[in-house]
Design a protein around this ligand. Structure first.
Ligand code: NAD
Length: 492
């Protein structure tokens, strides 16, 4: 049940965001501020301190001191207890955080309160438990020597985040980073600073020592983002965002040879065979196409349907899509809220114009809902009659826009699915178990779902192939990134 008082109070007051450095909220050194806009109302939520090289240097020095003078020596059980407490405190403040996340992103409150914030808490709870059960390798060389590996933290890690799942993704990085014994400097996305700012306070209350978690707001190039990737004392950067930004960061980070983990863009295929249960397919495809206004890296924006089912699928899918309510993120019946910003909204609209130029037919959507005046709202959009070479099918749009194409054979659809620079995820719908295995094996994607979407077990490897990522997160894979493995060889 939504507590109206919490929401009203949070919605109506202006909220300014400061950096969080060495356990204290800190203003911008040069008094630089930028506006934070509510995408659903286009009103100013508040102002955000803009950090640059000086703030990043302060944060990195604080993180370095905290690492050397305490955090790396704290017994892992104590660190695990602190992580658990952070998760508990996030849950205690769930309504407030879910409200702030909805205001900041334009996404519906039902989503922030049922997915974003509970998952942010679970990220801490999961890694708190997981870290205490981790082992390493040991190899005995007959009776000559015994080798065993130990994990050591890296030191200061830079965490750079996108705006689409702000607290969800930030905590997905921060929890294992701390669990492995590192200290952190976070750079939240400039469009969504609110929940990250509150996280500083939560960490402090949970017992995180000053300097272990630092948050510096700002932009990417020539701002906090590049300052963090350039800093010589930052040992590793974990980045989630656009593929093109990832390339930029890789160049910058090369000078100090930083370890990198990348979760990048996607253009994920949703492959529907004629033997699949169409009602089940459509229920999930509505979500995989339009949840969070289509602004999820895992969204299945390229839908391929076997020809025998194509007409029936398109008719049912279009009808269901027309029923979706777009509007006020806090209204009970809203399915989709507003898109993140005017800049991104215009970019997505430009793809809808391109679809027309490329010969596509828009079956539904393609414009702002007529009943909405302010806000970056876009109707869920379904486009057909394009071929697989179109830019619309090759480029990541990152909005509520999907294309549907027919196919005949398994071989043909695998070709379509893999004909992309991306390789993040794929969904395959079929009741033929052999085909499910065959296709799953051949599709070039780091995460393949069969007869489902977005079902996550946090112990499993998460990441993209090709230009969708470098490395894997999740379970032991996160620990592999956030620690150095040292082999010790003892002569027997
Ligand atoms: P973005 O690349 O524009 O920005 C991400 C972050 O990088 C922001 O904090 C930004 O300030 C910072 N940044 C930008 N330029 C930088 C630079 N030169 N140096 C250092 N930092 C810099 O991405 P976005 O628009 O915020 O997010 C959307 C993208 O993220 C989409 O491509 C989406 O697919 C991807 N994404 C991927 C995953 C995944 O798990 N693979 C998850 C969520 C989002």
């Amino acid at each position: 049940m939504i507590q109206k008082s919490v929401i009203e109070r949070t919605k109506t007051s202006k909220i300014n965001c400061l950096h969080f450095i060495n356990g204290k909220y800190t203003a911008s050194i040069n008094n630089k501020l930028f506006e934070n806009i509510n995408p659903a109302t286009q009103e100013i939520i508040g102002h955000v301190a803009e950090g640059g090289y000086e703030e990043i240097d302060l944060a990195v020095q604080a993180a370095k001191n905290a690492f050397e003078n305490g955090w790396k020596q704290i017994p892992s059980r104590e660190r695990a207890a602190i992580l658990r407490k952070i998760g508990d405190l996030i849950l205690e403040r769930k309504e407030e955080l879910a409200t702030l996340e909805a205001i900041d992103t334009g996404k519906p409150y039902w989503l922030t309160s049922s997915v974003d914030i509970p998952r942010a808490a679970y990220n801490f709870h999961f890694f708190s438990e997981y870290m205490t059960s981790l082992g390493t390798e040991a190899y005995q060389m007959d009776n000559v020597a015994l080798n065993y590996a130990v994990r050591k933290p890296l030191g200061v890690v830079g965490l750079i985040n996108p705006w689409n799942l702000p607290l969800f993704l930030l905590t997905w990085k921060l929890a294992p980073c701390l669990a492995a014994g590192n200290t952190a400097v976070l750079k939240p996305a400039e469009w969504t600073p609110l929940t990250a700012t509150i996280l500083g306070e939560i960490c402090k209350e949970a017992g995180v020592p000053d300097g272990v978690v630092n948050i510096v707001h700002g932009f990417g190039p020539d701002s906090a983002g590049s300052a963090l990737t350039e800093h010589p004392d930052v040992k590793a950067i974990t980045f989630t965002g656009e593929t093109s930004t990832g390339k930029q960061i890789m160049k910058t980070a090369a000078n100090s040879l930083k370890r990198l983990s990348y979760e990048l863009g996607g253009k994920n295929p949703n492959i529907i065979f004629a033997d699949a249960n169409l009602d089940e397919v459509i229920e999930t495809t509505i979500k995989s196409s339009f949840v969070n206004q289509g602004q999820v890296c895992l969204c299945g924006s390229r839908i391929y349907v076997q020809r025998e089912s194509y007409d029936e699928f398109v008719e049912k899918f279009v009808n269901k899509t027309k029923e979706l309510v777009v509007g006020d993120p806090f209204a009970e019946d809203t399915f989709m809220g507003a898109m993140i910003s005017e800049e991104h909204y215009n970019r997505v609209l430009s793809y809808i114009e391109l679809a027309k130029e490329e010969g596509g037919t828009i079956l539904t959507g393609g414009k702002k809902p007529s009943h909405l005046d302010k806000g970056f709202y876009l109707e869920p959009t379904i486009i057909v009659d394009l071929n697989n070479d179109c830019r619309l099918i090759r480029e990541e749009i990152f909005g509520p826009v999907v294309t549907v194409l027919p196919f005949d054979t398994e071989e043909e659809v695998i070709g379509y699915a893999n004909d992309t620079v991306y390789g993040l995820s794929a969904s395959i719908w079929t009741n033929d178990v052999r085909r499910a295995h065959r296709v799953a094996d051949q599709v070039e994607a780091g995460i393949v779902w069969v007869n489902t979407w977005f079902l996550r077990d946090l112990r499993t490897p998460f990441g993209g192939m090709k230009q969708s990522g470098v490395g894997r997160e999740g379970g032991m894979h996160s620990f592999e990134f956030y620690s150095e493995l040292k082999n010790i060889c003892i002569k027997l």
